[in-house]
Design a protein around this ligand. Structure first.
Ligand SMILES: Cc1ncc(COP(=O)(O)O)c(C=O)c1O
Length: 306
C-alpha cells in the first residue's frame, strides 16, 4: 500500500497558536483561550481533516494519482481538499453554492478544482440547499475512478483533529474546565475532545449551534448565515450523550464578535469563530475567575465580506 506523505503538508498543517484573550473577558470572568487555526495553509482547520482523509485513502488504495475526488462543501473543506488534491495529482470536484463566500469558491478554482454551483434562494443556507448539493455529489461519486471524500462519514475526519486537542493540552499548562465549539459535521469538536482526553484532560463539553438554526436544541433547523455549522441535520460525528450541554448562540452576536475580536485582540476570524468566542466568553463569565474555557478559531476572517 502506498502511503501518500507530503513533506510540505506535514510541516505546513497544524502546530497552531493557542491564544489567551486579554481584553474581551470581564475582570470577574475566567480565562478564555482560542486555538487559532487560521494559520493553516488554506486558512482553516479543515486542512487537518483534508490531509488525513486523503492520506488514509491513498494508504488503503481507495485513491491513486490520476483519480478524481468529489465532495459537497461550503468551501472551507473544499478549499482544503483542493489544496491537498493539487499536491498529490488528483482532480477535485466541489459541489457548492452561491450561498457561500465567493472567496472560497475562487480559492477552490485557484487550486484547479472544478466547482459546480447549486443556486441558493437569496444566498441563504437552508436544509434544502444542503440536500440538493449532497444529491449532486452522490451522483458524481458513482462515476468510475471517483473517490467520495465523505466529510460527513469518513472515519479519517476525526483523526485529523485529534492533534488539535493534544496541542491544546501541551500548550495550556493547566486543566481545561470547559471546551466549547460550534458543530457542522462535529468532526472538529469530537476529534479535539478525543485529543484532549488522550492527553489526560477531561473538560466539560459544550456543543454550539446558531440560534437561527437550532436543530440540536429544538429539532428544527432553519436559514442562517454562519458558514460551516448549523446544517439542519444531526452532526454525524457528534455523540450528544457525551455533551454536557448544547447552547444556541445568536448569529448577529457572532458577527459582531468577529469585529471585536479583530479590533480588541488582533485575531481576525470567520463567523463560526465569532460564535465560538461569544459562547466561550458567556461561559467564562458564568463559571467565574478560576475557570479555564477553551474554544476553536476555525478559520480566517479574510474569507468573508463583513
Ligand atoms: C468555517 C467553519 N467553521 C466551523 C465548521 C464546523 O466544523 P465541523 O464540520 O468539524 O463540525 C466548519 C465546517 O465546515 C467550517 O467550515
Amino acid at each position: 500500500m502506498e502511503l501518500f506523505s507530503d513533506p510540505y503538508l506535514e510541516q505546513a498543517i497544524g502546530g497552531t497558536p493557542l491564544v489567551q484573550l486579554k481584553n474581551l473577558p470581564s475582570p470577574s470572568s475566567g480565562q478564555v483561550w482560542v486555538k487559532v487555526e487560521s494559520g493553516n495553509p488554506t486558512g482553516s482547520y479543515k486542512d487537518r481533516m483534508a490531509y488525513c482523509v486523503v492520506k488514509n485513502a491513498f494508504a488503503r488504495g481507495d485513491l491513486k494519482p490520476g483519480d478524481r475526488m468529489v465532495e459537497y462543501t461550503g468551501g472551507s473543506t473544499g478549499t482544503a481538499l483542493a489544496h491537498v488534491a493539487a499536491r498529490c495529482e488528483i482532480k477535485f470536484i466541489a459541489v457548492s453554492s452561491d450561498a457561500f463566500a465567493q472567496s472560497k469558491l475562487d480559492a477552490m478554482r485557484a487550486y484547479g478544482a472544478e466547482v459546480i454551483i447549486i443556486p441558493s434562494e437569496e444566498r441563504k443556507i437552508t436544509p434544502e440547499l444542503i440536500a440538493a448539493m449532497k444529491q449532486r455529489a452522490y451522483e458524481i461519486a458513482e462515476e468510475p475512478n471517483t473517490f467520495y471524500a465523505d466529510q460527513f462519514g469518513s472515519p479519517d475526519v476525526i483523526g485529523g483533529y485529534v492533534p488539535v486537542g493534544k496541542e491544546i493540552a501541551d500548550q495550556i499548562g493547566s486543566d481545561v474546565d470547559v471546551f466549547c465549539a460550534a458543530v457542522g459535521t462535529g468532526g472538529a469538536f469530537t476529534g479535539t475532545t478525543k485529543g484532549l482526553n488522550q492527553a489526560g484532560q477531561a473538560p466539560e463539553l459544550i456543543a454550539l449551534e446558531p440560534l437561527q438554526s437550532p436543530f440540536l436544541t429544538t429539532g428544527q433547523g432553519g436559514a442562517h448565515r454562519i458558514e460551516g455549522i448549523g446544517l439542519g441535520f444531526a452532526p454525524p460525528f457528534l455523540n450528544l450523550d457525551r455533551c454536557d450541554e448544547i447552547r444556541a448562540i445568536d448569529e448577529n452576536e457572532a458577527f459582531q464578535m468577529c469585529k471585536k475580536l479583530a479590533v480588541e485582540e488582533g485575531i481576525f476570524c470567520g463567523p463560526s469563530t465569532g460564535l465560538n468566542v461569544t459562547a466561550a466568553l458567556e461561559i467564562a463569565s458564568e463559571r467565574g475567575p478560576d475557570s479555564v474555557t477553551v474554544t476553536l478559531g476555525c478559520d480566517h476572517g479574510s474569507k468573508y465580506n463583513y
